[in-house]
Design a protein around this ligand. Structure first.
Ligand SMILES: [Zn+2]
Length: 70
């Protein structure tokens, strides 16, 4: 995917991740954990964060359930 700087914090690139539990792909800034469900929407502001997308996991374990794809 093309490099898009996080529109929220500007501190990192937005990367593609995969949920290990469902296999679903999503896009996230690892710095501020802003999250997008569609690559085409990354340059728009998002209200979604990792903790809200994966509410069944707590902050300590949620990173164990996702893996970076790109
Ligand atoms: Zn960010």
């Amino acid at each position: 995917m093309k490099k898009v700087a996080c529109p929220h914090c500007g501190q990192d690139w937005v990367h593609m991740y995969r949920r290990k539990d469902t296999g679903a792909l999503f896009f996230m800034c690892p710095e501020c954990e802003s999250l997008w469900l569609e690559e085409g929407a990354i340059e728009d502001p998002t209200e979604l964060y990792l903790s809200e997308y994966m509410t069944q996991y707590d902050a300590a374990s949620v990173w164990d359930v996702i893996e970076q794809v790109t």
